[in-house]
Write a protein that binds this ligand. Sequence first.
Ligand code: MG
Length: 248
Amino acid sequence: MINIRTPQEIAKIRKSSSLVARALQKVREAIRPGVTTAELDRIAEETIRRGGGVPAFKGYRGFPASLCVSVNEEVVHGIPGRRRLKEGDIVSLDLGVLMDGYYGDAAITVPVGEVSELAKRLLQVTEEALYRGIEKARAGNRLFDISHAIQRWVEAAGFSVVRDFVGHGIGRALHEEPQVPNFGPPNQGPRLDVGMVLAIEPMVNTGTWRVRVLENGWTVVTADGGLSAHFEHTVAITEGGPEILSLP
Ligand code: MG
């Protein structure tokens, strides 16, 4: 069952989501060669707590930090620590907030200094894929219209979409029904309706879509060592179309 949220509930999800966006903006401003990933986590957590929220990922199934920091071939769920970013890296930042009983979730991938042409194109294609998916988040469409729009855009660019991790409904829980895959046939899946809130989050690889999990039990990396990028917004389906809630 896909939850239908009232405008009052959506307002709460908007508050949480916009705090996520503000914290991501703060972290982005701190990105430079030499900064540790632990420092980025500290900035994220501090911004969230000052804003009256709780970091949603910290302790979630035992995850040890507030911010997921995934560098280069790392896809998602990278654990912040002593690693220092260096010129040419790309870094994916995924963050969630719980406030007043409702969750928000968003992710961006950021270049560190000057990056390769391939990395630049990967970031552009992945971010655009997110917006192509969001555009399909409309009452009357079907869920996999979102999935299909993302997959088509990514594969036309010569990249691949991760299969093992997907987007999700969000609201009173961080992960609710439905799963929102970044691949699939158009015109299938549940009918979308006003009041649904979805976290849409394409994860895109330069090489194979296959991934594996490192021995720490968390960090997901590309199977072939290729680069990966991740962009995510929390989106409400309204009478007027999709509304991105995770804006600063
Ligand atoms: Mg998410």
